[in-house]
Design a protein around this ligand. Structure first.
Ligand SMILES: [Zn+2]
Length: 281
């Protein structure tokens, strides 16, 4: 069984400890490639750690990464908690990865998107520490309150675990999985965060800010095949009563209120999340 490797870099003053994960989902290589670029610069002395501890796990799900699959047995970002008797490959990984999270102060999980959506950050917890971390990333759009939507579902993600251990935490969704720009965006985000926490110097850093925060209010599951009434983009503004999608059975889905479209996808499998609705913070 192949386990994830963690690479540790330390300065004299070891606070804070920042941990990055790449490839929790094996088909999302941008975080991995961005972290490997950073590692190369640290190893060759092009980049110096001024303070703190930097923990890098470029490939959190090695087997899925090798096979370019989201996961092997189970979605690692839905079962992310320690288990006493792990059965699936991902449960074994979760045990190892949770122990890495336990040791950090700040945790960043790097993902990418399946469609051409604008990149964004999940800042699921409204603590001052999480807000500071989200701002330090310089990412324009932040989405909030995923946990409340999923609280009735038996699901455990990386942020939920990190938050339960008192860590500042965010999850970044870069652009499309294989878009080279996703690597550049992830790399820029990593360096922004490290600069603002004082671990490195980064002259091109974005000042700490987020332009918009969107609160997720609804998940719409795909119960049968459907199509959008018109092409929808990430963060499109919808008016109450506007038609969104039509099922093959001709049932139409309307916007229940003035809201914002989040991750509109026609390609997800039946029974899974299809799109989300939100509102401005
Ligand atoms: Zn992902």
């Amino acid at each position: 069984m192949e386990f994830p490797k963690r690479f540790v870099y330390e300065a004299a003053n070891t606070w804070p400890c920042i941990l990055f994960f790449g490839a929790i989902h094996g088909n999302e290589p941008s975080g991995t490639l961005a972290l490997q670029k950073l590692q190369q610069q640290l190893n060759q002395g092009e980049l110096t750690l001024i303070k703190g501890e930097l923990h890098l796990v470029p490939i959190a799900n090695p087997q899925a990464y090798q096979e370019k699959k989201t996961f092997i047995d189970a979605n690692l970002n839905r079962i992310f908690c320690p288990s006493l008797s792990p059965r699936s490959y991902e449960q074994h990984l979760a045990n190892k990865l949770c122990s890495f999270v336990d040791k950090c102060d700040v945790f960043v999980d790097l993902h990418s998107l399946q469609a051409e959506w604008q990149d964004f950050l999940y800042q699921d917890y409204a603590t001052p520490a999480c807000a500071t971390l989200a701002k330090s990333s310089g990412v324009d759009s932040v989405i909030n309150w995923w946990p409340q939507l999923y609280e009735t579902i038996d699901s455990y993600d990386t942020l939920q675990y990190a938050h339960s251990k008192g860590k500042a935490c965010v999850l970044y969704e870069a652009w499309q999985h294989d878009d080279p720009q996703s690597v550049d965006r992830a790399y820029h985000l990593i360096r922004n965060i490290l600069h603002h926490y004082g671990l490195i110097l980064y002259e091109q850093c974005t000042p700490p800010s987020n332009k918009q925060t969107i609160v997720m209010t609804d998940i719409i599951f795909k119960k049968e095949e459907w199509h959008f009434v018109q092409p929808r983009k990430q963060f499109d503004v919808l008016r109450k009563g506007e038609a969104i999608a039509v099922y093959d059975s001709w049932e139409t889905l309307y916007a229940p209120k003035d809201c914002i479209m989040i991750m509109p996808s026609e390609k997800t499998p039946l029974g899974t999340d299809r799109y989300y609705l939100g509102k401005k913070w």
